[in-house]
Design a protein around this ligand. Structure first.
Ligand code: PXL
Length: 288
């Protein structure tokens, strides 16, 4: 066999919710099929995620976040990317900041998905303290992927569920950019009735790009995590931003359609498994 290039490596720092696909149960398979090694730091262990379920179990693994990062640091392992999402508390945000310091190298891409809210509301048991927490964390990020609600909370702008005019979205991106990231991608943007998608800007070049698709009724739990995992992994593989955006969006849209067609309960998360082969084909074309 010919000599192969080095395998890109990502540290994925998220909770592990056993049922209801999100966080690590989404990041691990998607990052792996993108051809990126996924090293996991589980921040908490839950029986289910906290949206649409009740009485979930919760084991806090905060105490392991920094020791795991320290161990990897001592081993001298390099990371091409660090990707984080949902945090169970403000304390976890501070520990994550330390983990990023330990694991980051000169060329490490830091992707922070400030997963804390949706549809104008914080997730269960979270509140305004998480906005402050993510504002601090975002200072360390190269790329952020908030949804509309999170973008509004982070910037203090009014949350509007409906059709979003260009000036409103542009102001959200401007204000998020002031927090420090060089690339901002906002999910759940609807620039015309019946269509929803992602608007992004590369602050180094000033280039804006967006991708829209027709909306399906209601909310699909875990879709933000599916998008962010694919997007983060594609960028770690070296895909140009626009290609990463389009490929990740196409993947999440196909997974949403499949979930709707099967009638999977929304809280169970996206049926992305069946569209992984198409996603892998798309990755092959990008990285051939
Ligand atoms: O998908 C975001 C998410 C991740 N992890 C947990 C959650 C949620 C959203 O509700 O509860 C535990």
């Amino acid at each position: 066999m010919e000599k192969l290039p080095r395998l890109p490596r990502m540290a994925a720092i998220h909770d592990l919710s056993g049922l209801g696909k999100c966080s690590l149960t989404v990041a691990l398979p998607i990052v792996s099929v993108t051809g990126v090694e996924c090293c996991c730091i589980p921040t908490a262990l839950l029986s289910t995620h906290t949206g649409g379920f009740t009485d979930w179990t919760f084991t806090d693994l905060s105490g392991d976040i920094v020791p795991i990062a320290e161990h990897w640091h001592e081993l001298g392992v390099g990371f091409d990317a660090i990707y984080s999402g949902y945090l169970a508390s403000e304390t976890q945000g501070k520990l994550l900041e330390r983990a990023i310091e330990l694991l980051r190298g000169e060329n490490t891409l830091v992707i922070v998905d400030p997963a804390m809210a949706d549809n104008g509301r914080y997730y269960a048991n979270l509140g305004g303290e998480m906005t402050e927490c993510f504002r601090r964390l975002i200072k360390k990020a190269d790329i952020i992927t908030p949804n509309m609600t999170e973008a509004c909370f982070l910037t203090g702008m009014e949350y509007r569920p409906g059709v979003h005019d260009e000036a409103y979205v542009a102001e959200l991106i401007d204000r998020l950019s002031e927090l420090g990231p060089s690339f901002v991608a906002i999910t759940g943007v609807s620039t015309e009735s019946g269509r929803v998608g992602i608007v992004a800007r590369d602050n180094r070049s000033g280039k804006m790009c967006s991708v829209m698709n027709k909306t399906l009724d209601g909310m699909f739990h875990g879709s933000g995590d599916v998008f962010a995992s694919a997007f983060a992994a594609l960028l770690t593989q070296g895909a140009p931003l626009e290609d990463a955006l389009n490929t990740a969006e196409e993947f999440v849209t196909a997974a949403i359609e499949r979930t709707a067609a099967r009638g999977t309960p929304r809280e169970y998360g996206l049926d992305f498994e069946g569209v992984l082969p198409d996603y892998i084909d798309a990755c092959r074309k990008l990285f051939k």
